[in-house]
Write a protein that binds this ligand. Structure first.
Ligand SMILES: [Zn+2]
Length: 474
């Protein structure tokens, strides 16, 4: 694609000064119109089959940049048109309705875009990142919403936006909003969510039953926890029977089982026996009555992990850099955290800044405190750019289990199934550590012997001298 490359600017340097040519600034937009003609010409004649994979991938980068720049231009122009009440001349109900009519998207989307446009005016950092194509429209909406509540977070969020996935950016924005709220605001927002909670059902065009719920984060965490325990069970049974389906499918089975109490499939004896002892279900108070074949699905292996900074807990509100949240769900007000602490299904993780200082389990089924600390530290797959949160596997990433690697916080990390497979079997390596994870494909691993053999190679090295803190002492 050498010929194409020579006609286009490098997409990697989006901040090239371009305002020096007055033609770009002509109010009649003729320069923009010419650029659109050029793009339209290219796309209509575009024959993807003539490009190599790498060249095609580079085109994706260029088109993404064009898309982002156009989105920024559209936002700014639409905000100006809205301020000038252009929709009145055409008799539309609102500026958002007019915008939706032009873009063909929903009115809700148009409202969000106009709100973003207004926020840009008061947040020059977000404005600049959006105009130069460093922020996607979704990223810009998330960041603008958060800096409106917590202006101090602008710099940090813009950094996250450029280097991380949208899902992680949204998590960070949620946290920034929580940090920026006073205790009263936090309680107010929480109450707003609680008051507007809902569970709606409908039948879609295919005839499938659909369901949508909006819950407070603590209620959501309890549901999520029960659902994961149920889908783990469904997964193990399917695996034992040689069946493979998606995790989402098992979660659907778990949902039906939980709501109806009818169960997923045949119960195992141990669980039934334990249920009877605990008097958790059945007709008697713990006698060995036949509690019903599927009664055990009601067993709430539903543990909620709650992470809170000690200082925030003492003070009663969350300050900058502090957290009070349920990993995988999001921030909760301190009052809600205190309520949860009285609950028998909460694992409490108390932190001091970023360090975990205490882990205590407040419920009856006691998982290893280590596992709790790991879930808290690695809420999602640790590979940069990956944000899988479900079905993570615990990996001995420094010293393999087979080589006597200890089960310590330092030696373990949580990886999604895909990355766990690549690391174990395909020579990919994990480096760095918490807060600084690096993922190295085999080709990128330099060394005298070529690509590192990964796991097998690691086992040959003397980790006891390289990482002494893992062995002996604390
Ligand atoms: Zn992953």
């Amino acid at each position: 694609m050498a010929s194409a490359a020579s006609h286009h600017p490098e997409p990697q340097s989006p901040r090239t000064p371009q305002a020096t040519q007055p033609a770009h600034l002509r109010l009649d937009g003729s320069a923009l119109s010419d650029a659109l003609d050029a793009i339209a010409g290219f796309v209509s004649e575009f024959e993807p089959g003539r490009y190599g994979g790498e060249d095609a991938a580079r085109l994706v980068t260029w088109f993404t940049r064009a898309e982002r720049l156009c989105a920024a231009g559209k936002t700014l122009a639409a905000t100006r048109a809205a301020a000038a009440n252009c929709h009145r001349t055409t008799g539309q109900r609102s500026a958002a309705h007019r915008l939706a009519g032009v873009t063909g998207e929903s009115v809700g989307n148009a409202v969000e875009l106009l709100r973003l446009g207004e926020t840009l005016e008061s947040h020059p950092g977000v404005d600049e990142a959006y105009r130069t194509g460093r922020l996607s429209p979704s990223g810009a909406k998330a960041v603008a919403g958060a800096v409106a509540v917590n202006p101090n977070s602008e710099g940090e969020l813009l950094q996250v936006a450029e280097g991380d996935t949208l899902s992680r950016l949204r998590d960070r924005c949620l946290r920034a909003r929580a940090e920026g709220r006073s205790k009263t605001d936090a309680a107010h927002v929480y109450e707003g969510i609680r008051a507007a909670r809902h569970c709606r059902t409908w039948t879609d065009a295919d005839g499938a039953f659909r369901l949508d719920a909006r819950l407070t984060p603590d209620a959501g965490a309890a549901v999520l926890s029960s659902l994961s325990a149920g889908s783990d069970r469904a997964f193990r049974r399917a695996r034992a029977a040689g069946i493979r389906e998606s995790r989402d499918a098992y979660a659907a089975d778990a949902l039906v089982a939980l709501v109806t109490g009818r169960g997923i499939s045949v119960p195992d004896q141990t669980t039934s026996a334990r249920r009877s002892r605990e008097g958790g279900c059945g007709t008697g108070d713990g006698a060995d009555d036949d509690a019903g074949p599927d009664c055990h699905v009601l067993e709430p292996k539903a543990t909620v992990h709650l992470r809170v900074d000690l200082e925030a807990l003492r003070r009663g509100s969350v300050g900058d850099g502090e957290r009070c949240e349920i990993p995988g769900v999001g921030p909760v007000p301190i009052e809600v955290a205190r309520d949860l602490m009285g609950d028998a299904i909460t694992d409490l993780v108390i932190t001091n800044g970023i360090n975990v200082t205490t882990v205590c389990h407040l419920g009856r089924s006691i998982p290893a405190p280590l596992k709790t600390a790991l879930i808290e530290r690695d809420a999602i797959c640790v590979v940069p750019g990956c944000d899988v949160a479900a079905g993570l596997e615990i990996d001995h990433w420094v010293v393999p289990f087979a080589a006597g690697g200890p089960a310590s916080l330092e030696n373990l990390a949580r990886l999604c199934g895909h990355h766990h497979y690549l690391r174990t079997h395909k020579g990919f390596r994990l480096d760095g550590g918490p807060g600084n994870w690096r993922w190295r494909p085999p080709a990128a691993q330099k060394g005298p012997g070529g690509p590192s053999p990964g796991l097998a190679g690691s086992a040959d090295r003397d980790f006891r001298s390289e990482v002494p803190e893992l062995f002996g002492g604390e």
